[in-house]
Design a protein around this ligand. Structure first.
Ligand code: ZN
Length: 216
């Protein structure tokens, strides 16, 4: 375990190293916020967004919660998506799940988990949607991995269902939505290669919000 006081010492060292490499680093950092990417991932401490992508401060706008869920009624993620698109002009939105996800594992257990129940229901609903495919996988570990992947796909669809994404894509051809999985066991980042344009077209049969009035 890292002692609490060590964190500030670490931070001072990190800032000094950054400044040694580029004396204007923090001046430039403070001058603008213009990330190209919005990353929606899991809160799991083993999946740090910037590090797994090898990018620094200022490169990625980040939202994290248990199980990288994009819930329709979650004002938090909704505001992040809206702000990322409208104010930061992000070009890509990434939903990143990971194997060995505690949230997904908990959702696979049909038990009462108290306050976590309404949150995990988002992932339990993904299981229900794909029950036939998942139940056909005899190996439990493999079924767990597959639910991680399917949860990423469904959360990508939830991003695509938003008016903010549909409107921005109509007007400027971006953002593009991507689904990723981080394989903790190998340190590998996988692109699930979601066909954004095809998915958008499918979604719009039921959720076409392009004609919605623009928000301020
Ligand atoms: Zn997780």
């Amino acid at each position: 375990m890292i002692p609490y006081d060590q964190l500030f010492e670490n931070s001072r060292r990190w800032a000094a190293e950054r400044t040694a490499l580029d004396p204007d680093f923090f001046e430039k950092l403070a001058a603008e916020h213009d990330p190209e990417y919005l990353y929606i991932g899991c809160s799991d401490s083993r999946v740090p967004a910037n590090e797994i992508m090898g990018v620094g401060p200022g490169d990625v706008f980040v939202h994290r919660n248990i199980g990288n869920v994009v819930a329709n009624t979650d004002l938090n993620v909704g505001a992040v998506i809206e702000y990322g698109i409208v104010n930061l002009n992000v070009q890509h939105i990434i939903v990143c799940g990971h194997y060995e996800c505690g949230g997904v594992r908990a959702a696979m257990q049909p038990r009462d988990l108290g306050i976590l129940n309404p949150w995990l229901r988002n992932i339990r609903d993904v299981y229900r949607l794909h029950e036939a495919e998942l139940e056909a996988i005899p190996d439990e570990a493999r079924r767990y991995d597959r639910l991680v992947e399917l949860n990423v796909v469904e959360q990508c669809l939830n991003v695509i269902k938003t008016a903010a994404v549909q409107r921005a894509y109509l007007h400027r051809g971006a953002p593009i939505v991507h689904g990723w999985v981080f394989d903790l066991r190998r340190g590998q980042l996988r692109d699930l290669h979601i066909d954004f344009v095809a998915r958008l077209r499918d979604i719009q049969k039921l959720y076409n919000l392009m004609d919605a009035p623009p928000t301020s």
